[in-house]
Each structure stands twice: as C-alpha cells, then as structure tokens.
Unconditional design. Structure first.
Length: 344
C-alpha cells in the first residue's frame, strides 16, 4: 500500500476519468472568478454600472438589448457571472461526490456557494438601489473572498497525495498569527483601493510616487483617501517582506511557505508599480484591469499560505484509520470516495 494512500490494498481504486472532470471544473471556476472580478472592475472604471438601467437580470427589460458600450460591458459581466455560477455549482457537486470526507471540502463548499450568492445579491442591489460608496467597495471585498474560496478548494483537491504533505510539518510559534494579520491587512488594503475608485479619488494625486508633488499631502478629502491607500500599500510591502524573511529561515522544511511568500512579495511590488501606472496613464482601462488582477492574485497567494499553515485532517494524517472508516462506510452502503495518490 502506498504511504499516501488511505485505502487498503483490497479496495479497488476509482478510475481517474471519473474525477478528471472535477479537476477541469476546478481550474475553469478559478479562472472564471478572476475574469468576473476583472469585468466588474471594467464596469466600475468605465462608469457602466447603469448600462442596463434599473433592470436585473435582464438589460433594459430585454434579453438582447440594443448595443452601447456601457450596455455591452454591464450585460456581458452579468452573463459571464451566470456562467461562472453554473461552473461553481458543478464544481461543488463534484467535490462533494468524491471528497466530501475532507474537512476542507465540508467548509469551503458552503463558503464558496454563500459568497457567490452574496456577490450576486450585492450586484443586484447596486443596480436596483443607490448604494453608498462604502457598500459598493464592499462588493469587491466579497468578490475577493469568493475567489479565495474557489481557489483554495481547487488547491486542496489538486494537492491531495502530493504537496499537501508539507502541511503536517508544522510552523514556528506565532507564524499563524502573523500570516493571519497580513491577510486581514491586505483585505483592508484592497477594500480601501476599491473605495478610492468608487469615490473617484484615483486621480486626487496626479503624480506618483509623490502626491501632487508633496511627500505628505495630508489626509483631507479625496487626496487623503488616495494618500492613505498609498501608505497602506507601503505597509503591505513591509509586512510581506517580513513574511519572506521569516520563511527563509525554515525554507528547507517548508518550501511551500517560502515560495508562496516570494510570490506574494513579487505580486505586491508589481501591484504597487501598476497603481502608479494607473495614475500616470490617467485611469487607462487596461492598467486598471491589470491592477485589479494583481490585487486578486495577491489575496489568493496569501490565502494559499494560510491554508498551508493548517495541518491536514486526521483522516489524511492517519491512513490506516481512513481505510477503516472507508470500509465501514461501504459496509453501510455508502462510499466516501477517498482519493489515491495515483488518481490525484
């Protein structure tokens, strides 16, 4: 019996093809969520939120509305969001079919569905009601959580029997608290960034890295919102640089955490540069989309590190016990669908 395989030698392994479609859905759902977030950013940057009037889910009360740029951006965002919802539903079903015994699946599937529904509800509310800038910015924060839940579920499934082994090697004292603080801080940073867009404060500072030629322009009005966001971005760079320094010390035991930290530091540095490009190009659409994509990927990479600080469930760490539980489940007419290393 393979050491990573919780099944007994007498238990036939499920065919890989039975699970391959779930792997495809995992990848497509993750990519699709990133596209949905970028489309939402495009709608915000171009001011196309009213492109379909006060109608939802139809556009101007029609299934095929008359073409305008604003209508095309808003309506295509809704269509892609609907397709993404179907992908996530299929992904959730597949994950529960084959891996419902995993604690992560039991937690992430409901979270994924819940935040998808909240995201859709906030989109509906943004169309039907005049929400405040703070609530509109929250929509992006909810989208980040939805993306992270989809990404982490995909990671859990694709790492089974492989690099998930690193999760059981432990982490230094207080490391979990540190990475937890970093991801909360980054979430607030991204929320403030969305608030900058919705309050139309993106060009309150017309240059970069200075703000209107000043090192400290103050915190009043739109300038204060923009400058505060820049200061928070600097704080995020320092915190993530500290993460890289810490994980460097135990990189041999936990290369997953070290390289995850390196990726996060790279993303936050490029994110800061892209923020400057957004200002210097006077809110160019493509620079804005790149900024949104980088912020989303940064949050995803930090979420990956958080996941890898959590030990695997007991069933994964104790293969023999897992085999007994599987046999007991089958004896009662069920099937847990415990994965094999070769399958996953």
């Amino acid at each position: 019996m393979n050491g990573d395989d919780p099944m007994t030698e007498n238990t036939p392994a499920p065919r890989p093809r039975r699970r391959r479609w779930v792997m495809w859905l995992a990848a497509l759902s993750t990519i699709g969520m990133l596209i949905v977030i970028m489309q939402g950013s495009a709608v915000t940057v171009t001011g196309s939120g009213d492109g379909c009037g006060e109608h939802w889910p139809l556009c101007h009360g029609k299934f095929v509305p008359e073409y305008t740029v604003a209508t095309a951006l808003e309506y295509s965002h809704r269509i892609v969001s609907g397709i993404e919802g179907l992908l996530i539903a299929g992904f959730a079903v597949g994950a529960l079919m084959y891996w419902r015994w995993r604690t992560e699946v039991q937690i992430l599937v409901p979270v994924m569905i819940l935040f998808l529904l909240i995201q859709a509800a906030l989109g509906w509310a943004a169309v039907m009601y005049q929400n405040s800038d703070a609530v509109l910015a929250l929509h992006f924060g909810i989208s980040l959580t939805a993306f992270a839940s989809v990404l982490l579920l995909a990671v859990v499934i694709m790492e089974m029997g492989k690099s998930e082994k690193y999760r059981d090697r432990g982490v230094p004292k207080y490391f979990r608290a540190y990475i937890g603080g970093v991801i909360v801080y980054t979430y607030l940073l991204v929320y403030v960034g969305a608030y900058v867009r919705h309050t139309q404060s993106s060009l309150a500072c017309v240059d970069w890295p200075l703000c209107n030629g000043a090192v400290f322009p103050g915190f009043s009005g739109a300038v204060g919102i923009q400058f505060g966001h820049r200061l928070m971005a600097l704080g995020a760079m320092l915190l993530i640089a500290g993460l890289v320094y810490w994980t460097w010390k135990f990189r041999k035991e936990r290369p997953d955490l070290f390289w995850g930290s390196v990726v996060s530091l790279t993303l936050v540095l490029v994110l800061a540069i892209s923020g400057g490009i957004v200002v210097l190009t006077q809110l160019n659409l493509f620079s804005g989309l790149a900024h949104t994509a980088l912020a989303t990927l940064l949050f995803g990479s930090l979420s990956y590190i958080v996941l890898h600080t959590i030990p695997n469930p007991a069933m994964v760490r104790q293969p023999a016990q897992a085999a007994l539980e599987r046999q007991d489940e089958r004896a009662h007419g069920g099937e847990l669908g415990v994965p094999t290393t070769g399958d996953d």
